[in-house]
Write a protein that binds this ligand. Structure first.
Ligand code: HEM
Length: 477
């Protein structure tokens, strides 16, 4: 009798789980375009196979893009990798991405962040601005916004330029010996130092500052801000954030430390990636390198010595840098084709958050991770035409740029939760390119290196770029 009960119970339970699994995999999100789901594996198996079909360590965005194209470019694409990840909707168009990032009646601060970022808590801390919502986020953003405005950043320009010295010394050494070196490492140390200088006005010496040292620095900055007379006040972003605070409580110290870590975390790899791609694209596009150098000749004079350019920029950068429009276009185009970051959002079940496609269909998004994929959105053929996959800085110059909808370029995301560091990134990148591009020629070795003709010279393709042996690609971060 007992064994009959056990058999019946097990059968019922198995049937319950099977029905539930069928519902979750095959029915729950069946209305959203997707690869045919497997009744047990959802899309896990298909994505595993797709990954193996190309270069296995390519960035997941590439796999999403290949899948999305193979499906005929639908307005949304469901990716069900449960239980590894919550079900996700890939957003490949700028009009839907905009609905997710802009303030709405339901979400006045734009849709809430997806908890996909929580694995970074040990690095950035519990009170990081990156994970805050509502009034907590608003207060933090209000406190730090003034330090990141271009008006304030101009005051930091000499500090940023100071960090260029060691970088150029390394480049001089390598160009004298023509030895191979990792540009990533050099740029990474430089961007780390620049953020340290801008945020705390300290020399991080591109080394990892431990938490106790960081607290010491914060306390020191706090004391400076409170003691210094107006006019001689510390210029750093941190100093500005302290201006209207009372005493430096342990809680304020800990929260400030988390924000400093967040700025280093959010601004370091992103800017390093963007600059590496910019120098790579310049090195294989002679037309663009020539245009950059002509512009620098015109704006800064024919001097190529980085030290002289540094002094010129430290003295008159605020007037000169806004004139380097081609370099600005180089930065914009690099961030379009190789965006180093994206956002992910989610709204709670029952919120009633829907998006509408350009053809009028509405989709309920609650409970699904929404992933506006910048690297797909920013290659939209409807916006960027036949050259959508090509690196063409000129598209950002003159009247041509007026035809590009602002929401189709979103490397820093848009809306209230956009990147706080975008002006700092832009200033830093302009300074670095202005100082470096005038003097040094970079030649990529290994992956992405140019193919050479019988005379050992690179060969131009029909897009005005050097042909390569193998395409350079991003790996997962
Ligand atoms: C090429 C450089 C950069 C890119 C492409 C970039 C991109 C982004 C993106 C896409 C977001 C939105 C993330 C989300 O919604 O989840 C973001 C947010 C953020 N970024 Fe950046 N970023 C860059 C540089 C920086 C720098 C230099 C800093 C600071 C020093 C910084 C600090 C932040 C912070 C604090 C946020 C969170 C803002 C908030 O939630 O209010 N970023 N960034």
């Amino acid at each position: 009798m007992l064994s009959l009960f056990i058999i019946a119970g097990t059968t019922l339970l198995a049937s319950y789980f099977y029905t539930k699994l069928r519902y979750v995999r095959l029915t729950q999100y069946a209305h959203i375009p997707q690869l045919p789901p497997h009744r047990f594996w959802g899309h896990l198996k298909a994505f595993g196979e797709l990954t193996q079909r190309g270069i296995p360590d390519r960035h997941p965005d590439k796999i999403f893009e290949e899948t999305w194209i193979s499906m005929g470019r639908p307005p949304l694409m469901l990716v069900d990798l449960r239980p590894g990840n919550a079900p996700m909707v890939l957003v490949p168009t700028h009009d839907i991405a905009e609905q997710i990032s802009k303030p709405t009646q339901l979400f006045p601060l734009s849709t809430t962040k997806s908890p996909t970022w929580t694995h970074t808590i040990p690095i950035i801390g519990e009170s990081s601005i990156l994970g805050k919502e509502g009034d907590d986020w608003k207060d933090l953003r209000k406190k730090y916004n003034p330090g990141f405005t271009s008006q304030h950043l101009w005051r930091l320009l000499p500090l940023i330029i100071e960090k260029m010295g060691p970088f150029c010394d390394y480049l001089d050494r390598f160009s004298a010996t023509e030895e191979e070196f990792s540009l990533e490492k050099l740029i990474s140390n430089l961007t780390f130092d620049v953020i340290g200088a801008a945020v705390m006005e300290v020399d991080l010496q591109a080394q990892h500052m431990d938490r106790s040292k960081q607290s010491e620095t914060i306390q020191q900055k706090y004391a400076e801000v409170k003691e210094e007379a107006e006019g001689t006040r510390s210029r750093s972003i941190l100093a500005l954030s302290f201006q209207d605070t009372g005493s430096l409580t342990p809680q304020l110290l800990s929260e400030t430390s988390d924000q400093v870590r967040s700025f280093l975390f959010a601004g370091h790899d992103t800017n390093t990636g963007m600059l590496q791609w910019a120098f790579y694209e310049l090195s294989r596009t002679p037309r663009a390198l020539k245009a950059v150098r002509s512009e620098l000749d015109e704006v800064l004079g024919p001097e190529t010595d980085p030290q002289v350019i540094c002094s010129t920029l430290a003295e008159r950068g605020q007037h000169l840098l806004p004139r380097i429009t081609y370099i600005n276009a180089v930065i914009k185009e690099t961030l379009r084709l190789h965006p180093p970051a994206s956002t992910a959002r989610i709204t709670r079940p029952g919120s009633g958050f829907t998006v509408k496609t350009s053809t009028g269909e509405e989709y309920l998004m609650d409970g699904l991770i929404m992933y506006p994929c910048a690297s797909i959105i920013q290659r939209d053929r409807n916006v960027f035409g036949d050259t959508a996959d090509d690196w063409v800085p000129e598209r950002w110059l003159g009247e041509a740029a007026d035809n590009i909808p602002p929401s189709a370029w979103r490397p820093f995301e848009r809306g209230p939760r956009n990147c706080i560091g975008l002006e700092l990134e832009n200033l830093e990148s302009r300074v670095i390119i202005a100082i470096v591009a005038r003097k040094y020629d970079f030649v990529k070795t290994g992956l992405g290196e140019s193919a050479l003709n019988a005379n050992g010279l690179p060969i131009l393709n029909n897009k005005g770029q050097y042909r390569v042996h193998s395409e350079l690609y991003n790996k997962p971060g």
